[in-house]
Ligand binder design. Structure first.
Ligand SMILES: Nc1ncnc2c1ncn2[C@@H]1O[C@H](COP(=O)(O)OP(=O)(O)OC[C@H]2O[C@@H]([n+]3cccc(C(=O)O)c3)[C@H](O)[C@@H]2O)[C@@H](O)[C@H]1O
Ligand SMILES: Nc1ncnc2c1ncn2[C@@H]1O[C@H](COP(=O)(O)OP(=O)(O)OP(=O)(O)O)[C@@H](O)[C@H]1O
Ligand SMILES: NC(=O)CC[C@H](N)C(=O)O
Length: 550
């Protein structure tokens, strides 16, 4: 009887569609685990093709390439450790999301995901066919109960595996980050362990993929419910765990990583999401408008932490309404971060456009049209720099603004990626203050302050007309964000939102702004998902929408 096992948890950062690159990453991780004496290396869900592959799995050529990658990896296992890995799998003309045991030079066993998530950001029911309740896989005499990600979020799969004699539960995951998600995963894992009495290995991928970011945070929960091993979040890592058969089942020992606080996780989600979007899409760097305000200051800090100061180009674009404070604050942010800062005056563009349009505008009074011309002149300038030198334009709008449509189409909304898109303004303040006092491990930016204190304390303003502040058009951000949270993440009615202590007229006004701005959000750049309900795939409201709440 097998009395001990060494199981490595491989938390790696695959690239969706880069099957050859992912096979190379998997091989490198397996070699490292082999050097530590591993018997088995566990990888994440659909790791061979990267998660989520979306409609790529509808292409036969893609499935063929995945199969070829699996066969190469299987051939490697003629000697050394076995691999448990996720890949799309064709069987009887149907496509499944599968976990494969590669051992002795072959695909030794296959288990099919049973619960296909089809809510929030997930579309798996459209892409895969569910498998039957699985039976354990026998590996070197040990019965492993394999569940694929969502299978762990329900009781039935783990219960069936336990009834069938499973000794250790193993879960490959593609579990995207959101605020509070690590705790939710641990709770589900603990519930499966409590119900079955079996220890559970949870392996998640790390890295950014379009709007999703994966925090890793892989772990082992022992049969007694205690945390037996954990990997650091937000970075690729391989850790070896040692397993011994005891009187009460299998005992595990392994490394325990320091936990990550909430604001640190929110900040690192932005850093990793932006870093991987820029590097996986092969941009040399980013360019952004630095206004002296908090949004562009935080976006610049995240970009420097993600890419390094030499890949971040800041541009101050003053208009006649730009204050001396803004000029000073932008200069100081760039100096603290060590980035290049150029100044491009947009007055000539404003004058050219007002002159060009004067015959058509006649004596029409100035309004937001002229404000938007400024924002568009800035967007046009940044896009020209992107076209000429190749950096991606970083969009700086936050979730409060995107909710209310407080941004200019083809103006400050232009860009390739919106790093604050799912971060409410009140959280922008909290995270900025946090970064001013902490430098997380592994980032490329400086120690100490990244923005002057005044950026955090002055009233937010778009500076598109004299003495303008955001609060002329919007409720105070504490109120606005509280209401938006009720309406978006909470999906509450007007009455329920008012029940949280908000004024009914303000709630109705925010509801209207939120509905009316849907057309803008459909044209907005993608941005990293941070909350439980991000814009995009996760919140599908009609643009043409005549529903009025009672
Ligand atoms: N349902 C619909 N489907 C498709 N298109 C629709 C539409 N409704 C309006 N439109 C179009 O959209 C246009 C209006 O949108 P847009 O041109 O963007 O302009 P608009 O939303 O009217 O104005 C922009 C607002 O954002 C504020 N802003 C701008 C820049 C930065 C900041 C900041 O603080 O960060 C704030 C600014 O003060 C102003 O209140 C209309 O003229 C129309 O062409
Ligand atoms: N004077 C400026 N120079 C450079 N970029 C600017 C300038 N004004 C606005 N922008 C760009 O347009 C975005 C929209 O900012 P705006 O100042 O209108 O309001 P905001 O949402 O409060 O942003 P911020 O807090 O960054 O000022 C800014 O984040 C910045 O990228
Ligand atoms: N890939 C999946 O099955 C993910 C779904 C799961 N509930 C999670 O986010 O962790």
């Amino acid at each position: 009887m097998t009395e001990s096992l060494r199981i490595a948890l491989a938390q790696i950062n695959p690239i969706v569609g880069d099957i050859a690159g992912n096979v190379a990453l998997i091989r490198a991780a397996r070699s490292r685990a082999a050097a530590q004496g591993a018997d088995l290396v566990v990888f994440g869900e659909l790791c061979v093709c990267g998660y989520p592959p979306e409609d790529l799995v509808q292409k036969g050529a893609f499935l063929d390439a995945c199969r070829a990658g699996v066969d190469e990896l299987a051939a490697d296992t003629a000697s050394g450790p076995a691999i448990l890995i996720g890949a799309p799998w064709r069987e009887a003309g149907q496509v499944h999301n599968a976990a494969l045991l590669l051992d002795d030079g072959a695909v030794a066993d296959v288990r099919l995901k049973r619960h296909l998530p089809n809510y929030g950001v997930f579309d798996e029911a459209r892409l895969f066919v569910p498998g039957p309740l699985p039976r354990p896989i026998v590996f070197r005499g040990v019965r492993l109960g394999v569940l694929v990600c969502e299978d762990m979020w329900y009781a039935d799969v783990a219960d069936a595996l336990a009834r069938d004699g499973a000794e250790i539960l193993v879960v490959p995951n593609g579990s995207p980050f959101e605020d509070d998600k690590p705790g939710m995963r641990l709770d589900h894992a603990a519930a499966r362990v409590a119900a079955t009495g079996l220890p559970l290995i949870y392996v998640n991928q790390v890295g950014g993929q379009d709007e999703l970011v994966f925090d890793g945070g892989s772990f082992v929960v022992g049969g007694d419910g205690g945390l037996a091993a954990s990997l650091p979040p937000w970075r690729a890592e391989i850790a070896l765990t040692e397993w011994r058969r005891g009187a009460e089942g299998w005992d595990c020992s392994g490394p325990l990583a320091a936990p990550c606080g909430r604001l640190e996780s929110l900040y690192l989600a932005m850093v990793v999401g932006l870093r991987d979007y820029v590097t996986k899409n092969r941009f040399p760097g980013i360019v952004l408008g630095l206004s002296g305000g908090i949004d562009s200051a935080l976006a610049a800090a995240v970009a420097v932490d993600a890419l390094g100061a030499d890949r971040v180009h800041c541009v101050m674009m003053p208009s006649p309404y730009t204050s001396v404070d803004s000029l000073e604050d932008a200069a100081q942010v760039a100096a603290l971060l060590g980035t290049r800062l150029d100044t491009v005056d947009i007055r000539p563009a404003m004058e050219a456009f007002t002159g060009m349009l004067a015959p058509l505008f006649g004596d029409a009074a100035p309004d937001t049209t002229e404000e938007n011309l400024q924002s568009r002149a800035r967007g046009l300038t940044l896009m020209a720099l992107s076209n000429k030198f190749g950096p991606m334009v970083l969009s700086t709008g936050n979730k409060s603004e995107m909710s209310c449509g407080y941004a200019t189409l083809y103006g400050d909304m232009c860009g390739g990626y919106a790093v604050l898109k799912d971060v409410y303004k009140t959280t922008v303040f909290a995270v900025s203050d946090w970064r001013n006092h902490h430098r997380p491990q592994g980032v490329l930016g400086p120690e100490g302050r990244v923005m002057p204190e005044r950026v955090l304390t002055k009233p937010p303003t778009a500076e598109l007309r004299p003495n303008q502040t955001d609060q002329d058009s919007l409720p105070p951000y504490e109120v606005l964000d509280g209401i938006l949270h009720c309406l978006i993440e909470g999906e509450m009615s007007v009455a329920e939102t008012c029940g949280k202590g908000y004024d009914e007229d303000v709630v109705r006004r925010v509801w209207r702004m939120l509905d009316r701005a849907e057309y803008k959000r459909r044209q907005a750049p993608p941005g990293v998902k941070i909350t439980a309900r991000s814009f995009g795939k996760e919140r599908r409201y009609p643009i043409t929408n005549a529903f009025t709440p009672r």
